[in-house]
Design a protein around this ligand. Structure first.
Ligand code: SF4
Length: 249
């Protein structure tokens, strides 16, 4: 598949999904207009990193408000709403005071906000920095020292058309790619993309994550082993430890 053929503008069909996406884009435009030393913050908290190759490590999370997508299985819809403004210097101070040297900037979609890249540069002085993104915005703006964890949306998300496939070429050797899978169809879709673009050779790790309540991990493992895919099973540790609907974990 030619990546350039995969970048599709969302259709204008009159549907609830389209209206929700239009509202999400409006909110994205408002956030892009914010000053670049202030961010719209949903929540901050210390926990363990639950996904990626950093899973299990103590981590300070900065969850930014606002998202331009509406994934069918979204577990953080509270991040769609406006949060509270916080200066980047204040956020860096919170991370320092937490005593945790791994920090993840997540959302929502962090790359919607003008202040995200400047914040990432400042956080680098505190420790290792991860950025989770939904793959719809240009990831080449992410500073070299930051690890991007790019979530490529599968058909089961309902948001597959929104992915900017040019981001595949922008992956760096230390970045990670994640697919959240809802069924066998999503698995086959992700497998085809992985093999066609040799995603495993473009980045540090390709993570396959079964959507909780939609795909049994055992089924996914069986398919992975049968196909001998160069991927890593990605279970959300925080959902195994705490109530899956808990916030701030
Ligand atoms: S990109 Fe993430 S935060 Fe946004 S709707 Fe999808 S799952 Fe939710």
């Amino acid at each position: 598949m030619d990546p350039s053929n995969m970048s599709v503008v969302l259709s204008g069909e009159a549907s609830a999904k389209t209206e929700a996406l239009a509202k999400a884009e409006d909110s994205a435009v408002a956030q892009e207009a914010m000053a670049d030393d202030t961010l719209d913050i949903c929540e901050t908290f210390a926990s363990i990193q639950g996904e990626s190759t950093f899973a299990g490590l103590p981590c300070f999370f900065i969850r930014l408000a606002g998202c331009n997508l509406r994934c069918a299985y979204c577990d953080t819809p509270y991040a769609f709403e406006a949060g509270r403004p916080m200066a980047s210097a204040e956020l860096v101070r919170h991370v320092r005071e937490s005593g945790v040297s791994l920090v993840e900037v997540t959302g929502g979609e962090p790359l919607l906000q003008a202040g995200t890249v400047p914040l990432l540069r400042q956080l680098h002085s505190v420790g290792t920095v991860l950025l989770e993104t939904n793959g719809t915005r240009d990831i080449s703006v992410i500073p070299d020292a930051v690890v991007a964890i790019m979530d490529i949306k599968c058909p089961g998300s309902g948001m597959v058309e929104a992915f900017d496939a040019r981001n595949i070429r922008r992956l760096r050797p230390h970045d990670e790619v994640k697919f959240v899978l809802t069924d066998r169809g999503d698995y086959e879709w992700a497998k085809n993309l992985l093999l066609e673009h040799r995603l495993d050779s473009r980045c540090h790790a390709v993570l396959l994550s079964p959507a909780p309540g939609r795909l049994e991990p055992a089924a996914l493992v069986e398919w992975m082993l049968a196909d001998r895919l160069p991927v890593r099973l990605n279970l959300q540790l925080h959902k195994l430890i705490w109530n899956p609907s808990s916030r701030g974990v």
